[in-house]
Ligand binder design. Structure first.
Ligand code: GRF
Length: 220
């Protein structure tokens, strides 16, 4: 029908597989960005939690999204990850978003989604990787703090940076108020990172994730 052959196909939606373990505020910020039209062409395929009681999982159910529990406790990492991978594939996820997922991924998992797994970390990496990053930054006495969305590779909090957002540390801050203000930035940063990846307008140059230059590289 019609003369559609001359036009390129409308690009396929980007289908997110969200992995979480806890309250899920980053997941909810992503879901709200999609609802509000800030992430055109992006949809949530499935929300997976390794913790049955995770509040984020219940929030996903309330939103009517596919919500799956795959308990990790007491299981071998490779076996649990294989189940998560199967679930992501079953739901057609093509971009994995770790949103407070408190579990390291196996090398097999990372290899299954090359440069298609995002994580959010509440510090300006490479400073303060690991747990309680906000508290680490506060105790160190930094004057600027923030968050990082990065691709996941085989090292902890290490892959190429997609988005960072920075805020000043106020003299009146304590670790809790700083964490709260960082969290507000996280919610903005994750949407921007997904937008960049889904847009197809960015590419890796070494470790740098940068906008493609017109006329160079693979254009759509
Ligand atoms: C966030 O601070 C995130 O940076 C870290 O874990 C926390 C998850 O919070 N990786 P939430 O579950 O998204 O509210």
């Amino acid at each position: 029908m019609g003369k559609t052959h001359a036009n390129k196909q409308p690009s396929k939606p980007t289908r997110l597989g969200i992995l979480l373990s806890g309250r899920g505020s980053n997941f909810l910020a992503i879901a709200e960005s999609i609802r509000a039209g800030r992430l055109p062409g992006v949809e949530i395929a499935v929300v997976v939690s390794n913790v049955a009681e995770a509040a984020g999982l219940e929030a996903a159910r309330v939103l009517g999204l596919p919500a799956v529990v795959l308990v990790s406790k007491g299981r071998k990492r490779a076996e649990h990850d294989a189940d998560v991978l199967a679930c992501l594939r079953e739901h057609g996820a093509d971009l994995v978003c770790l949103a407070g997922y408190m579990r390291l991924l196996s090398p097999e998992f990372v290899a299954a989604f090359p440069n298609r797994i995002l994580n959010i970390h509440p510090s300006l990496l490479p400073a303060f990787p690991g747990l309680e990053a906000q508290e680490q930054a506060f105790a160190y006495g930094v004057k600027v703090a923030g968050c990082t969305v990065h691709f996941v590779d085989e090292e902890l909090d290490h892959g190429a940076i997609v988005v960072q957002r920075a805020i000043p540390v106020l003299d009146t801050d304590d670790a809790e108020s700083l964490s709260e203000r960082i969290l507000a930035e996280e919610h903005l940063a994750y949407t921007e990172a997904i937008r960049r990846v889904a847009s197809g307008e960015f590419e890796m140059r070494g470790r740098r994730y940068v906008k493609k230059i017109e006329g160079i590289g693979n254009r759509e």
